[in-house]
Design a protein. Structure first.
Length: 310
């Protein structure tokens, strides 16, 4: 089986998460320049926005980068075509099944890596022609499934023949080694990249991640079919209170409407939706993207050799 860095053409076996409204050309190029696979995250943006970001990213890096398509978006179908037209080499997907797009992407020579929250979905993606999967545990930020990284990765690795990339709860060498011990061939990181100099988000977003503790995130929208992990702030607590009161979904949506943008652009600490994973509590300072990747991988094998179980 090919190493993930050989498959992706990167120095390190790491993919950046497709963080909506955050994963722009600026972040993607920083990750690709530092030796990982940067991604432009489509989020809720339209096909023209994605095309523009792809072209900007090409100006900013000579290294490979990819596009993440958020499949709940009404623009997903158009973006699925843009990645072909623009000659993108790697596509990851989230929040749904990309099965209908896979034949066309494979015909165009694209490496397809769906993000999945369960073994059943991983198997479906393997049968549909995916080249690898990202198995994302419920520790992750944003839209999540039920299983933890710890429980899901070994089950996924046993069930699939294609490589498994672990996501959710990984922010240092220990996380990388744990993921590889469980059978992963690569990792995807998101939260740890929020706390970087290059990440194009409001300084307050970085601050809430750095200040969060282990119990500093909550999951909103469990009843809606789209659970989302966010930093526990006024907005999240109010959302959970209204859910308890069985507030109608439309009212809840009004409350969350635009709240991610309020976090990313305005740094609105009370009313923003600060998507971030449980590993936020491990993140204590702002680094460069290059420092983050070096801290994850440099001398990782020496670190492994120091492990003693018995
Ligand atoms: O997609 C993510 N994380 C995201 S997407 C996002 S934008 C958003 N905001 C609010 C509500 C919904 C979306 C923010 N964070 N991670 C990958 C991921 N994919 N997690 C879970 C899934 C998933 C869920 C169901 C993948 C496939 C799936 O399939 C259902 C089916 O069609 O069988």
């Amino acid at each position: 089986m090919k190493n993930i860095n050989e498959l992706l053409g990167t120095k390190y076996p790491v993919i950046q998460g497709g963080m909506a409204n955050i994963a722009t050309a600026e972040l993607a190029s920083a990750v690709s320049n530092a030796g990982g696979l940067g991604l432009i995250g489509s989020g809720g943006n339209d096909a023209n926005w994605v095309r523009n970001e792809i072209r900007k990213c090409r100006e900013l890096t000579k290294n490979p980068f990819g596009v993440n398509i958020m499949l709940m978006s009404p623009h997903a179908k158009d973006i699925a075509q843009v990645v072909i037209d623009e000659g993108i080499s790697v596509v990851t997907t989230g929040a749904g099944s990309p099965a209908i797009y896979i034949p066309k992407w494979k015909e165009a020579g694209i490496i397809v890596i769906p993000v999945v929250p369960s073994v059943a979905l991983g198997l479906r993606m393997e049968r549909a022609g995916a080249d690898a999967v990202v198995a994302e545990g419920t520790e992750a930020g944003g839209h999540i499934g039920e299983l933890t990284t710890m429980a899901m990765i070994p089950q996924m690795a046993d069930a699939l023949t294609i490589p498994v990339i672990a996501a959710g709860g990984i922010a240092d060498k220990r996380g990388v080694l744990a993921a590889f011990s469980l059978g992963a061939k690569g990792v995807q990181i998101g939260t740890v990249l929020l706390a970087t100099k290059e990440c194009p988000i409001h300084e307050n977003y970085k601050k809430v991640v750095v200040e969060a503790r282990d119990t500093g995130t909550v999951v909103t929208g469990r009843g809606t079919g789209a659970p989302v992990r966010v930093i526990k702030n006024k907005m999240a607590v109010e959302y959970l209170r209204l859910t308890e009161l069985k507030m109608p979904l439309e009212e809840l949506e009004k409350l969350t409407l635009g709240s991610l943008k309020k976090a990313v652009l305005d740094g609105d600490i009370d009313n923003g939706s600060f998507m971030a994973g449980q590993i936020s509590g491990l993140i204590h300072d702002i680094k460069t993207v290059k420092q983050v990747l070096e801290d994850l991988f440099d001398e990782v094998n020496d670190y492994k050799n120091k492990l003693e179980v018995l």
